[in-house]
Write a protein that binds this ligand. Structure first.
Ligand SMILES: N[C@@H](CCC(=O)N[C@@H](CS)C(=O)NCC(=O)O)C(=O)O
Length: 288
């Protein structure tokens, strides 16, 4: 067990607490500097980074385009969260929570902002009538799995990923607690996917897009160092079957390459993908 810590009566901000996010973590909200966001020509302006949360938006947009919805054209601008871009005045204006992904919908008379990956998925699904069933119980099932994912991501990322991979000290209690919860969540998905092709039923939905970006990365061993071995990912065979199927979707292959050092740092047109080596669009590229 790690060294005991006795909390003081009043917590104060110790800037030198270390860790991968030390330079950008703050206990206060709001902008740190004045800078406007760039605006491109397409109806959707996405400000993001190719992390699992960011990939939810780019996969959704690429899936819509793949399905022939030309109105879903978008510009994807890079927000470097390790450099603090999420704290610019322009970004805070569209997401007061300073987290990617955030989007501006400029498809109508008045542009409006939308932030939180789940809200972006729902907005696009409802706007274009795709990947979210309209009738119950299918709609209820899809929303249930979608919000299950949104609620559980912080335990996987902020909990397990942080303490196992990023924290400057390895704390057994914290790693145990979040490894247990992450494995429990994989077991929830595995049991569901043993009985159902996709999370919400027979059809691929925004619940799959949201969950796949997190579980796919971990299952393939592309997140948090040796986490796939540590968490015995091979135990979740139905998750593996589902990840393998979604991996092959063209919209997913493209969506995972946007705002990514492994693909396009920014995306402003379908033709941008032509600049990449063709093998990148044929199979999943490691990491993000
Ligand atoms: N609940 C949010 C979480 C978004 C989130 O955590 N984004 C991370 C990257 S994956 C971020 O922007 N971190 C920057 C920071 O914490 O300063 C969502 O689903 O959109």
């Amino acid at each position: 067990m790690s060294e005991e810590y006795t909390p003081p009566k009043v917590w104060t901000w110790d800037k030198a607490n270390g860790g991968a996010f030390a330079s950008v973590n703050r206990p206060i909200a709001g902008p740190t500097h004045d800078k406007d966001l760039p605006v491109g020509e397409h109806p959707f302006q996405l400000y993001s980074l190719g992390t699992p949360n960011g990939q939810k938006a780019t996969i959704m947009l690429e899936e819509l385009l793949e399905a022939g919805v030309a109105e879903a054209e978008y510009d994807a601008w890079l927000i470097k969260i390790f450099d603090g871009d999420q704290f610019s005045s322009g970004f805070v204006d569209i997401n007061p929570n300073s987290k990617i992904p955030a989007m501006v919908d400029r498809s109508g008379a008045e542009p409006f902002r939308i932030f939180e990956s789940g809200a972006i998925l729902m907005h696009l699904a409802e706007k274009f009538g795709m990947f979210l069933p309209t009738a119950n119980p299918a709609r209820a099932e899809c929303l249930s799995w979608l919000f299950w994912q949104i609620g559980s991501a912080p335990f996987i990322g902020g909990g397990f990923g942080h303490f196992y991979n990023y924290a400057p000290v390895k704390i057994e209690y914290a790693i145990d607690r979040y490894a247990m919860e992450t494995k429990r969540l994989f077991d929830v998905a595995n049991r569901r996917l043993a009985e159902s092709r996709f999370l919400a039923g027979d059809d691929y939905t925004i619940a799959d897009i949201a969950t796949y970006t997190w579980m796919g990365n971990l299952y393939r061993g592309e997140a948090y160092g040796e986490a796939a071995t540590f968490l015995s990912m091979h135990e979740y065979e139905h998750v593996g079957r589902w990840v393998g199927e979604i991996d092959q979707r063209p919209g997913v292959l493209r969506g995972r390459l946007v705002n990514s050092a492994k693909g396009l740092s920014e995306r402003h047109s379908a033709a941008d993908f032509d600049s990449l080596p063709p093998e990148k669009l044929k199979g999943i590229v490691k990491g993000f």
